[in-house]
Design a protein around this ligand. Sequence first.
Ligand SMILES: [Mg+2]
Length: 241
Amino acid sequence: MIKIVFSDFDGTLTHGHELRSSFFEVLNECKRLNAELVITTGRSLSWGHYFLTHFPMQFAILEGGGIICKKTKGDKEIVEVPLVSNFEQQNLKKVTEKLLDNFPGLNLSVDSYGRKTDRAIEYFKDLEQKEKVEQFLTAHRVSFSSSNVHLNFWPGEVTKFKAIEYVLKNYFQDVKLEETIYFGDSLNDQSAFKDHPNSVGVSNIASYLHKMIHRPKKVLEGPENESSFGVLNELRKLPQS
Ligand SMILES: [Mg+2]
């Protein structure tokens, strides 16, 4: 019995940059299952507000697990719950300024507006520069991870899976981790692939598998299981709770 569907967004619920009608079928499937959909993404906090105001969702995990958005007061208000301290957020700001000074021409991602607990750089075409940026981040004790669209970096011990644990512990005390499922497609989903007992990789994960230390428990195959098609097919197999 699955009560919560945790899912990455880019490449898992979207096809490239496209949001297709199958995404809305995923929303309908979650409704049939009486399951909450919690998008768990590297996208910025502002996307959390977008998800919660436009779709039937109560929670979203943003910035790779650095911050949670939740509806309160009978859905009239959206509250932000950062999992990174103010001190660390300020330190991240300083390191980011230094990074941009050191690498002229480097651009933060177009969705950087509203980011609080991490930063993102648009995907690199120049792999040599990517390596140098990663060395800079390591030297400044900043963690980083690549999604299929960005290189994200953040201070402290933030992971998508830690944020999932936080959500279950604080907002769903009666739901066990085993009663949830996780869908992802890329390197920044590895914390959930490692520790979530029901982790699923949609079939477009194939090109990243060889780079992964932690792979999903189940890997879908074939074009019929790409991105949201794969999520939809898996949800359709589940019994209603
Ligand atoms: Mg992704």
